[in-house]
Design a binder for this molecule. Structure first.
Ligand code: ZN
Ligand code: ZN
Length: 179
């Protein structure tokens, strides 16, 4: 345990989830941390007032003023009990956290790209709609431009495939909505 603390590159924080599609993980992340040291519970102990702290954190507080740091109720070290359920949650969350956080960050970056992409597409569609009336009037002209139209159609197909994937991703994250 002591070697882990020495090697930790930076202290993790519940705010790392904010501004990602998994922002609801922030309160969960905070709920498995000790109020005293703000880090994940290490050897979580339950007080007689049903608050949980790291073993070392609560023992230090009780040595200082004999009160629970959360509710200020009088507490004795002898009454502390191991919180095994919290221990299990912390272990599971700590092992799941890195993969979940990097997944959330990738999804956020993906969503930013999608927004840029759809903004660009809307502008393109607007200009296409403006041109469509002109095209109907000058059909013979547009036939001469077939070669350029073909190339634009090819890119449009690629766009549609991407947009289909985008919609699925958005559905996963935000649930179905009528767009
Ligand atoms: Zn602590
Ligand atoms: Zn308390």
């Amino acid at each position: 345990m002591s070697t882990m603390g020495a090697n930790q590159p930076d202290i993790s924080d519940p705010t790392e989830w904010l501004n990602t599609p998994l922002s609801t993980f922030a309160p969960l992340d905070a709920a498995v941390r000790c109020q005293v040291c703000k880090d994940f519970y290490t050897t979580p102990m339950l007080t007689s007032c049903s608050h949980t702290f790291c073993s070392i954190c609560i023992r230090r507080c009780l040595a200082a003023d004999g009160k629970c740091p959360a509710c200020r109720a009088s507490e004795q070290e002898i009454k502390l009990r191991r919180n095994w359920a919290m221990d299990e949650v912390v272990t599971a969350f700590k092992s799941a956290r890195p993969a979940a956080l990097s997944f959330a960050r990738e999804a956020r970056d993906g969503l930013e790209k999608i927004e840029q992409h759809s903004r660009k597409r809307k502008l393109e569609q607007l200009s296409q709609e403006e041109n469509s009336d002109q095209r109907r009037k000058t059909r013979s002209q547009s036939r001469r431009e077939t070669s350029t139209q073909d190339s634009s159609q090819v890119t449009e197909v690629d766009d549609d495939v991407q947009e289909g994937e985008c919609c699925l991703l958005l559905l996963c994250i935000y649930g179905p909505s009528d767009r």
